[in-house]
Design a protein around this ligand. Sequence first.
Ligand code: NAD
Length: 499
Amino acid sequence: MSKKIGHWINGEHRSGAGERSGEVYNPATSKATATLAYASADDTREAILAARAALPEWAARTPLARARVLFRFKALMEEHFEELAGLVSSEHGKVMSDARGEVTRGMEVVEFACGIPHLLKGEHSENVGTRVDSWSVQQPVGVCAGITPFNFPAMVPMWMFPIAIACGNTFVLKPSEKDPSCPMRVAELLHEAGLPEGVFNVVNGDREAVETLLTDEHVDAISFVGSTPIAETIYRVGSEHGKRVQALGGAKNHMLVMPDADTDQAANALMGAGYGSAGERCMAISVAVAVGDETADRLVEALAPKVRALEVGPGTREGVEMGPLVTKEHREKVSGYVDLGVEEGAELVVDGRDLTVEGHEEGYFFGGCLFDRVTSDMRIYQEEIFGPVLIVVRAPDFRSAVQLVDDHEFGNGTAIFTRDGGLAREFAHHVECGMVGINVPIPVPMAFHSFGGWKRSLFGPLHVHGPDGVRFYTRMKTVTARWPTDEEAPAQFAMPTMK
Ligand code: NAD
């Protein structure tokens, strides 16, 4: 192991003054590939001050000038597309096709942010009173921080910073300590695209860096994506310190399979949504709710051979469908949940616990698991497992299936598979969830719409990217103006009203 990863502050690499560090692993081999410096509070403050210093000049640039930097960045991302996807796969473990998809989804937010001159046009009303005009403009919030999870090291930071900087803010990113190489490469590409020093900074590390971002007076807004307990704390502490906060948390996404759904289509959708990225997606389907016993029997019968046949191996190998889990600890956690499900009395139809991959015996691989007859009182139903473990819950009818989704702690995404348009419409309208798919298993909104869950999957009123992204990263100012004329303007002591 030779690679050392530090921070990116004020347009250059820094090794940092912090004394702590951690290792970054290739999960397919369990070998350490780099040593990552963990930012101290002082390192983090340096990044915040660099962002603060860069703010006036960057915010003063025209939206078009800011967009042009993003256009160049987007072109560089295309040029380095395979390299970025490779960095994602080597530290996260996901298969290359999935890593390419992730980089593409991130790039789409950059494309959206390139439209910032249009997005910041604001509102104008002529003649709100006699010869009085009024308009609203959206101005930058200031220094924004992003704290991101391991499972999308390219896409999730790109949910945030392209829009933040397009709106005229400066940014400090604290990526996951498990897969920091892609965000660091992104920082270099932004620099190459002509982004001024200090507009985008990366501090690597853990809690110490996060706590500084949450409490430092020079940080104005925090975007967080990660697990629910941390999201809740981030929201509370950041808000207490007067910051604007959006904090996205965990999930347990249900997919309803109605009796009229095509079983093969539903099973194939569940394979991708449940086992893609080894289930390490916040929009993964982890619960299949089969409506009626007959539907459940058909579904489990269709799923079981597919789960057994999953091609598991290193993400870089052609034809592999599922890579390893991210760390040894996470593999143990997921395995512990499968043990628990058996103890709780669920029926383990496919057991992937003992899987090994030839030539990669030390990798953190875990085979696909399938549970049937799971009930809502079981912990494997209630808690987020974040691994390739799909559970089937049997519901007697549509109403009780919807009730399951509504009663769950999380409300990130959900889906329904049916040919009944009226029922699908009713589901989409009533269900207590932020993102809904109709015969679409992973309804991740495109960059020009906003992404976010309900209930304990999101703390704060605004979702990420799309129109809410622009709202989050701007402050609205409304101006009311009258040009003086020669008419008399006597003092008015009543509340001004427009005639
Ligand atoms: P995590 O909560 O462990 O870590 C997220 C970030 O918070 C990382 O940068 C980490 O370094 C930092 N962090 C961890 N512990 C901290 C602490 N005590 N104090 C301050 N900062 C801390 O999440 P993860 O394991 O990296 O990612 C998986 C989780 O993220 C899952 O729960 C998944 O559902 C969720 N997620 C949600 C969405 C969404 O859009 N809702 C998207 C992706 C991932």
